[in-house]
Design a protein around this ligand. Structure first.
Ligand SMILES: Cc1cc2nc3c(=O)[nH]c(=O)nc-3n(C[C@H](O)[C@H](O)[C@H](O)COP(=O)(O)OP(=O)(O)OC[C@H]3O[C@@H](n4cnc5c(N)ncnc54)[C@H](O)[C@@H]3O)c2cc1C
Length: 387
């Protein structure tokens, strides 16, 4: 929908689509099937400057905002790479946004230039076995010992941990207090090759070119200079990762939905059953038209959320709404595409089953649909807190 895009955004869309077009469906099917990280793709995007799209210009980045990164990721998600193409980039974008916004000058100087060149990979470590939705329950501890923190705990589902040089790590520096449950969380930027860190991939349903890992931290010594923002006030810091993460993932859900509709429309025009194209049947055509309408509506909220974030305005309502609507619209589109393809949707050949698996993830992570609604019920509608 062009009226939401100026020339710069249109240029981003074209340039990203051109570069992504060099990596075809076979490339992604092979990497997904063999569980191999897409290094060639990653390097091509790093060399073209896309990884550093949101890194401030003074550190060699593009200095652009979440709106531009959203269009980049939506375009990538709509390519044959889908989420396997997005995740290697998005972690460096929203993960390191936290450091760009709240890190000390020394931390920024040490890391952001290398993020911009694609040489420093970052992952984002919040989720734990007993704390996914309820971040206040994280129990990974960082205990001060002179000029280091000693960190012990376990994180799960940390995407790209095995390929990353640093992890943006949420820890407890003070015990949980029922009166202020988010206080006492701090953010550390930890080197992944620190003694005491081990990683183990978690077998999972899709997006298999990019593994997600269990990360164990056993008495890991982290310099106090690695603290991002203010000690105990890390949740505020984290919001500069979480809101962009919701907005960007919403754009990715849109992209997968667009790719699904486009593939289904092509197939519906070509596939003939009972002597006519299946797209002539309203039972096939209407769901695809509905999928398109849902994507168009979700797109508007995605753009608004990104625009508000980039303008420094409150955006939690729009970030949660965008995530909720786009995740549903993306999965609806992938599901309808699978129905359109019939048996060939279930095969690997056309990539529809890959879209289906990846679009489903958006309803669970980075925040579940239920928790996005819980936020809106409480903070927008003023209903009692439900958790
Ligand atoms: C492939 C993948 C990649 C991921 N990558 C990362 C990553 O890089 N870094 C990271 O930190 N995390 C990552 N995650 C974790 C992800 O953010 C969590 O899985 C997600 O936040 C949900 O948490 P949970 O799995 O612990 O679910 P739980 O908290 O156990 O919840 C289970 C279900 O119960 C529902 N529920 C819980 N409480 C309520 C309530 N009060 N009301 C209504 N419903 C409720 C939830 O909505 C959910 O559907 C990833 C997950 C996956 C699957």
């Amino acid at each position: 929908m062009d009226f939401t895009e100026d020339d710069d955004l249109r240029h981003i869309r074209r340039a990203v689509a051109d570069l992504a077009g060099r990596f075809d469906r076979d490339y992604w099917a092979r990497h997904d099937r063999d569980h191999v990280f897409p290094w060639h793709f990653y390097r091509a995007f790093a060399d073209a400057g896309w990884i550093g799209i949101c890194v401030p210009e003074e550190y060699g980045g593009g200095g652009l905002g979440v709106t531009a990164a959203g269009v980049m990721l939506e375009t990538l998600a709509a390519s044959d790479g889908a989420m396997n193409a997005c995740t290697p980039l998005h972690l460096s974008v929203f993960g390191m946004n936290v450091v760009a916004k709240h890190g000390s000058e020394e931390l920024r100087r040490r890391t952001l230039r290398r993020v911009a060149t694609g040489d420093l990979h970052a992952c984002f470590g919040v989720t734990e076995p007993d704390a996914g939705t309820d971040t206040s329950r994280i129990s990974t501890r960082a205990v001060r010992d002179g000029d280091v923190y000693v960190v012990t705990g376990r994180k799960i589902w940390i995407s790209k941990a095995g390929e990353s040089e640093v992890i943006v790590l949420a820890v407890r520096t003070a015990p949980r207090d029922d009166e202020a449950p988010m206080r006492g969380i701090s953010i550390l930027l930890v080197e992944m090759d620190s003694p005491g860190i081990s990683v183990e991939p978690i077998p999972k349903m899709g997006r298999n070119a990019v593994a997600s890992y269990e990360v164990t931290l056993d008495d890991v010594r982290v310099p106090v200079s690695a603290l991002v923002g203010v000690e105990h006030e890390g949740f505020r810091v984290l919001l500069d990762g979480l809101n962009p993460e919701r907005i960007l993932l919403a754009h990715e859900a849109l992209g997968i939905g667009r790719a699904s509709v486009a593939a289904a429309v092509r197939y519906a025009g070509e596939r003939r059953v009972f002597d006519r194209p299946i797209g002539q049947n309203q039972a096939i055509a209407f769901p695809l038209a509905e999928a398109n309408a849902r994507l168009d509506a979700a797109e508007l909220v995605c753009r608004k959320a990104a625009w508000l974030y980039d303008g420094g305005q409150p955006c939690a309502r729009e970030a949660n709404t965008a995530k909720f609507l786009a995740a549903d619209a993306g999965f609806f589109a992938a599901d309808r595409a699978m129905q359109t393809f019939g048996g060939m949707g279930y095969a690997e050949e056309y990539g529809i089953s890959r879209y289906f698996r990846e679009a489903r993830l958006m309803q669970i992570a980075p925040v579940s649909q239920e928790l996005a609604l819980a936020y809106l019920a409480q903070n927008v509608l003023g209903l009692p807190k439900s958790y």
